[in-house]
Ligand binder design. Structure first.
Ligand SMILES: [Zn+2]
Length: 198
């Protein structure tokens, strides 16, 4: 299998740190520091299947999911953000995990400035919910991190992202890094070819 790994252009990480990768450790350097790197329409998904544990980490420009990246101030914006959040809180549906795999959500974590996550949350200024225009970032992302426990992981044959494209049609492609018992693969997935094999 050594040949396989060498052949993969997306094999950025040694398999030994595969878990760390899905737990965010890799992502702090370039991507998180400056969000100017993100491209509207393009999401990223890290996926790892290890035994009965499936981890999925979706990182998306907020534009792809919500349609804007500023803090929601109008009622319409707030409703849109709430609706998107509710959809992200149903990952079994969103990722179309087959019932036969018996997956349940073990942990899930949603992060975004649009969800009110602020780096200085303990800051006691009361400017937060007012018109603090100077706090508008140029770009905002939404990150969703899920861990599933699957009683029959053998039933996970494909990872089908069609529902993501259907639910969030502003998403044009998703750059997937998948680590599974059969190896590591990097795939760019689109609505027309939305599934990849574990
Ligand atoms: Zn943006």
């Amino acid at each position: 299998m050594r040949r396989l790994l060498l052949a993969l252009p997306f094999a950025l990480l040694p398999l030994a740190v595969a878990h760390a990768a899905v737990e965010h450790d890799h992502a702090h350097d370039e991507e998180h520091g400056s969000l100017s790197a993100h491209e509207h329409g393009v999401g990223r998904l890290n996926a790892a299947l290890d035994g009965q544990t499936l981890e999925l980490e979706l990182e998306s420009p907020a534009m792809n999911l919500v349609g804007f990246e500023h803090a929601a101030s109008t009622d319409a914006d707030k409703a849109k953000v709430a609706a998107v959040r509710a959809q992200l809180e149903k990952p079994l549906v969103l990722f179309n995990l087959p019932k036969a795999a018996g997956c349940v959500v073990a942990t899930q974590e949603l992060e975004s400035p649009l969800f009110g996550d602020k780096p200085d949350a303990d800051d006691d200024h009361d400017e937060t919910d007012k018109d603090d225009h100077e706090h508008h970032p140029d770009h905002s992302e939404i990150h969703a991190h899920y861990q599933f426990s699957c009683s029959a992981p053998g039933a996970l044959k494909t990872l089908d992202l069609a529902n993501i494209f259907n639910t969030f049609p502003a998403t044009q492609k998703i750059q997937v890094q998948l680590i599974s018992p059969s190896g590591q693969q990097g795939v760019e997935v689109t609505a027309k070819a939305a599934a990849l094999k574990f």
